[in-house]
Every structure is written in structure tokens, then in C-alpha cells.
Design a protein around this ligand. Structure first.
Ligand SMILES: Cc1cc2nc3c(=O)[nH]c(=O)nc-3n(C[C@H](O)[C@H](O)[C@H](O)COP(=O)(O)O)c2cc1C
Length: 180
């Protein structure tokens, strides 16, 4: 039975997404007492101020509710052109709008990328913009050169999975603490 519930949001809609594989690996290796639930944002529409004014679409209302109901959020995001993919940024943009359920919620981003920089571009941009939001920000984490680490669509490299699990454990500790 988990006493800490984390929400995993994947910033890729691709069936074979490696970032989704990383999210699954984080969920299956979560420490005792921690549950990581992978949340599907494929039906969250592109941000549109007219839709917001009319009352946000149901998938956006559900996204806000899911964030507010969890003890912490991990965005599992690819890096596109050294920055955010639209899917990840769209989630951030909707969450930055009322009812802003992420107030005080611990937040981080894990990037899985093919190069050696391990998504440093998107992680730097995340760290640059998120201090302006009311979340409790934690350091980011990157997995690079994923080509060697994925087998049959799953993150299988033992050292990489162990590193990810250790990061989730540290983030869980941050979520439980009052610091930040
Ligand atoms: C439009 C586009 C831009 C990309 N730019 C980068 C980049 O700047 N850095 C990088 O490491 N990978 C980049 N990639 C490669 C992605 O990291 C790779 O496609 C990855 O598998 C996407 O994540 P996913 O498997 O979770 O969908 C890019 C891919 C696309 C489609």
C-alpha cells in the first residue's frame, strides 16, 4: 500500500516512446511505499484561450484533478530541437492556467534521449521556466544514449534502471520533506 503517490506524465504520443518506457520502468521499480501512475495525455488538446474561456475541455479538467490528487509529478519528456516537445509544453501551459492545482506540488522532469547530452536542452529550459510557477521544483534527471539501453521497447539496462530508481527515491524523499 503506497503512502506516496506520484504522477508520471509522458511528453510523447508515440506508441513506441522511449520516454514512456522510462516512465514504466520508474513505475515498476518504485521504492516501497511509493506508487508511480503513468497518466495518458493523448486526449489533451492544444491550449486554446477560447476553450479555456468557455470552460476547459474535460481532459484538461481531468489533468488538473490528477495533478492535484498526487503527491508529486514527474514529466517524462523527449527533447525536441534542444527544447520542449509541444506535448510537454502544452501540459505545462494548461497546468499554469486556473484552477492551478499544481500549487505546492513537487515537480521534476526526466528526459530520455539518443545523444550523450541526455536531454540537457529540455532539462535546462524546464529548470529556467519552472521557478516562475508555484510548484516545488526538484532537480531534473537525464538518460542519454538510450539505443543501448532499450530492449523490446522497454528500458532494460540494469545500471540505467538502477540510476532511475535511485532518482525516483530521492524525489520521493523531497516530496515527503517540507523543504523546497
Ligand atoms: C522534431 C524532433 C526533434 C528532435 N530533436 C532532438 C534534440 O534536440 N535532441 C535529442 O536528443 N533528440 C532529438 N530528437 C530525437 C528524439 O529524442 C527521439 O526521436 C526520441 O525517441 C523521442 O522520444 P520518444 O521516443 O519518447 O518519442 C528529435 C526528434 C524529433 C522528432
Amino acid at each position: 500500500m503506497a503512502d506516496l503517490n506520484l504522477l508520471a506524465i509522458v511528453g510523447s504520443l508515440r506508441t513506441g516512446s522511449v520516454n514512456a518506457a522510462t516512465a514504466r520502468a520508474a513505475a515498476s521499480t518504485a521504492p516501497d511505499g511509493v506508487a508511480v501512475t503513468v497518466y495518458d495525455v493523448s486526449d489533451v488538446p492544444l491550449y486554446n484561450g477560447d476553450e479555456e474561456d468557455a470552460g476547459p475541455p474535460a481532459p484538461v479538467v481531468e489533468l488538473h484533478a490528477a495533478v492535484g490528487a498526487h503527491d508529486g509529478v514527474i514529466l517524462f519528456s523527449p527533447e525536441y530541437n534542444s527544447s520542449f516537445p509541444a506535448v510537454t509544453k502544452n501540459v505545462i501551459d494548461w497546468l499554469s492556467r486556473p484552477p492551478t492545482t499544481w500549487d505546492g506540488v513537487p515537480f521534476t522532469l526526466v528526459a530520455t534521449s539518443p545523444g550523450g547530452r541526455a536531454g540537457l536542452g529540455v532539462r535546462e529550459h524546464f529548470s529556467a521556466i519552472m521557478p516562475r510557477q508555484p510548484v516545488r521544483l526538484f532537480e531534473t534527471y537525464g538518460i542519454g544514449q538510450y539505443g543501448d539501453k532499450i530492449d523490446n521497447g522497454e528500458l532494460t539496462d540494469a545500471q540505467t534502471v538502477a540510476g532511475l530508481a535511485a532518482f525516483v527515491e530521492r524525489f520521493a524523499g523531497f516530496c515527503r520533506s517540507d523543504v523546497g
